[in-house]
Design a protein around this ligand. Sequence first.
Ligand code: SF4
Length: 408
Amino acid sequence: MNKVLFITYDFHEEYKPPKSIAVATLESYINEFCSIDFVDHHSFNMNDESNIMFKQTSDLLKLLETEYDFICISLYSWSTRFIDRILDIIRDTQKNVKVIAGGYEVNTSNIDTLIKRYEDIDHFIIGYAETALAALINMQETLKIIDIKVENNMIPQIYENRIIGVCTESIVRLETKRGCPYNCSFCSYKNNDHNKCTTHNFIKVKKELNYLNQIGVRKVNVLDPIFTIDNYLELLEYLIVIDFKPVISFQVKFELFHGLLIKSSMLLPYLKKLNVILEFGLQTISKIALDNVERIHDLEKVSDVIARLNADDIEYEVSIIRGLPGETIESYIELLEYLKTSKCRNIVAFPLTILSNTELDNKRDELGIKTINHNGLEYIYESYSFNYKDYLSMIREENALIAKKILL
Ligand code: SF4
């Protein structure tokens, strides 16, 4: 029997369970395929940063009075600065533990550098980790670097089997598929096995949705980068059959969605029957900024989709990014004007953060990118096309829309 501890660094939010989908999925998988005594989880709250090194680590120390067989640590750009301390504590408190690391930094960094940098880490898992972790626990694998393809069909539920506990107040996340075929250069999602789209077992997804509906959770955020791939119509149909009441959000792409509106006469009627929020990522309309992040848009299709959603009263949000290299204050105003003219009802503006080893990160000098680090995330406030003052003016332009309740 094995005792397993997950140590992760998460941004806790009210109503959202602190256990991430990634940890829950791993826990559910190893419970099913390994001989497990128990699994513990210590989630550091990145939104309480001043306590991470103190109260939060002292809580971890209490947990480390247990002798674990495996400790799994997530390596993300916002958490790497804490890892050395954690490894010291693990070395001081644990005798025979195997330390395993996974996460974005493992997927994207030079693995030899990581091995030299973190001598106390026994194994590094690249990509989706379920099968690799089970293989390590079952001692079928002993390699330092492990990369094993995961069969989504094998991943058990995480809600119906109470790996994540929920109540009527909960805002939860759910994966129905993995992978994204696109290639945006600021994105941290698309690496290794993430480019290929694979669906989860449909019966499992249905069971999870049915359970969440019975509990009556407040909201389900579907995490699929592009929801409208593969079995999305069947899934919408199922939600209608079970009279799904919670708000449910899907991430969609304008151009793809436009094509589906032409192909499927049922898409809008289905969406109308549910409490959906469609989340579209427009990011920018500046041709130069789009080229810099390897995206394209067809604005006629964007406007058409917005008009049709407005006509059918289907809720949606359009996200834009402030601080893309190539954007100027003029082009940003043009973007906001475009959305106003298109009668876009809800806009969400995100500041651009830069993640290590993304294509954008590699082009920092070329694009004149300047950043400020806040809570482990690097925010771009200047690039070759806008200075800090322009950036602040972009925020002021947003404020006018916030006052009109168009920008959330
Ligand atoms: S569409 Fe979304 S998930 Fe896919 S690469 Fe672009 S930002 Fe990443």
